[in-house]
Write a protein that binds this ligand. Structure first.
Ligand SMILES: *Cc1c(COP(=O)(O)O)cnc(C)c1O
Length: 439
């Protein structure tokens, strides 16, 4: 198929998507038009085959290097039970940040030993839940937290298997708000204090220290940023082992980038080779915690055009999806590709269009200048790479209903989350007796 338009180029670069002569844009062979007519818009649509293939590619890149790291999928990227279940079936465990995510991972059949509990502010009840279930690893972020963990574990007659999350003080991450490994970030233990803290952890009666973890940020493309962090942590491990410390695990974190444009992919083979070079001969059980990389490219936000309005000097396409459905553009200035879904003649002229949602905020804008064919009310577009940090970050802001979610698998499509209804919107509101409207 010819690549004469920007949207064809974007689609050609994505494994899950293709334009078909009849049917328009398809995800894993299923026309998105058909999904919209069955389930309405806006809807998140995920391709199961793409998620499975990406997990297999990740494991394959490491296998090439003779490594078999444990994959602990970062549930916060997309916490849907169907997604967790298919990743579990592919051999992945979970990295969770709350009781809610832990409950989801367990409900999806992920073994407690295959769950890592991370997070900068774990509550007592959450720690008790983790220890009660026998969660495989708790990543601790401070001396204060170690003391709390130990006390809770002792009171339950258990040992908390703890990795210390080290902040290696490297700058990485696609955006200020998704960098987590700089000295000034709230995450982790300062690198210079990590050795002392590991020795301290070994003295606590409720702690079974297992190793170190690090996670330097998200949307990172260069293996050398990771290498800088891992080298520091591996040096630390060597030093502590030299003193006789027992260290069995290195949790490498996640943060592997995905191109939201037509840019190059994250070089997973080079990353795996770097991991082998830096840590491969250290007799360490390795863990990776990918989130976005596994599920981001597998999903789109399918949305309809509500209205096309002529603004000052530009066309404005108003969608039925808004920032409450996909907040990344408003929150991080993220740019997602936006492509037409219906059949579009390749000769159609490209118009530069502003694309916005209906929410009453100026930041509810998906693109300031997006190349699209002439659009009209009722047309469909797909917002690309919305499988990660999409539905999970959605809200009811502006009284808007949570979107439907659909999973495409082997030519079939399944509604995996029904669109919220108006009655559900108010279900949990409690109006004091004296304020109730007369019946
Ligand atoms: C967010 C997070 C991840 C996953 O990040 P991605 O960029 O989605 O890969 C992994 N580990 C930890 C500790 C995280 O906070």
């Amino acid at each position: 198929m010819d690549l004469d338009t920007p949207w064809r180029e974007l689609v050609a670069a994505r494994q899950a998507l293709a334009y078909r002569m009849f049917g328009g844009l398809c995800i894993e062979g299923v026309p998105l038009v058909q999904i919209a007519s069955s389930f309405g818009t806006p809807a998140y649509v995920y391709g199961a085959g793409t998620i499975r293939a990406r997990l297999a590619d990740l494991l394959g890149a490491f296998r090439e290097q003779g490594l078999t790291p444990a994959v602990r999928y970062a549930v916060k990227a997309n916490d849907h039970l169907a997604i967790l279940s298919l990743l579990r079936a592919g051999g992945a465990g979970a990295d969770v940040t709350s009781a809610g995510e832990m409950a989801r991972a367990l409900a999806a059949g992920i073994m407690p030993e295959a769950i890592v509990f991370s997070g900068v502010g774990k509550r007592r009840c959450e720690i008790e839940m983790a220890l009660g279930h026998g969660i495989g690893q708790i990543n601790a972020e401070s001396a204060e937290e170690l003391a709390v963990l130990s006390a809770i574990a002792v009171s339950m007659g258990k040992f908390a298997p703890v990795a210390l999350r080290v902040n290696p003080d490297v700058t990485a991450g696609g955006h200020d708000k998704i960098s987590t490994g700089r000295a000034g970030d709230k995450f982790g233990i300062a690198f210079d204090e990590a050795a002392a803290l590991y020795r301290y952890a070994s003295t606590l009666p409720g702690i079974a220290p297992v190793g170190f973890s690090t996670h330097i940020g998200s949307q990172i493309f260069s293996p050398s940023a990771f290498e800088a962090a891992y080298s520091r942590v591996v040096n630390l491990i060597d030093r502590l082992r030299g003193e006789g410390a027992v260290i069995s695990r290195l949790d490498l974190g996640g943060g592997f980038g995905i191109p939201y444009d037509s840019g190059p992919a994250f070089p997973m083979p080079a990353y795996a080779a770097m991991v082998r070079r830096v840590a491969g001969d250290r007799c360490l059980d390795l863990i990776v915690e990918p989130g976005r990389w596994l599920v981001g490219p597998a999903g789109v936000l399918l949305t309809g055009v509500t209205l096309v309005k002529l603004g000052v000097g530009r066309k404005i396409v108003i969608l039925d999806a808004g920032m409450n459905d996909l907040i990344r553009p408003a929150l991080y200035g993220a740019l997602h590709g936006i492509v037409p879904v219906g059949m579009v003649a390749s000769s159609k002229p490209v118009t530069i269009t502003e694309v916005v949602g209906p929410v009453c905020e100026s930041s509810d804008r998906f693109a300031a200048a997006c190349p699209l064919p002439e659009m009209a009310a009722g047309d469909l577009v797909a917002i690309l790479d919305a499988g990660a940090y999409g539905a999970v970050m959605s809200s009811n802001y502006n009284g808007r209903l949570r979107a439907a979610e659909v999973l495409v698998d082997g030519r079939g499509m399944t509604l995996i989350r029904k669109r919220q209804e108006l009655s559900e919107l108010m279900r949990d509101d409690i109006v004091p007796l004296g304020e109730r409207a007369p019946a």
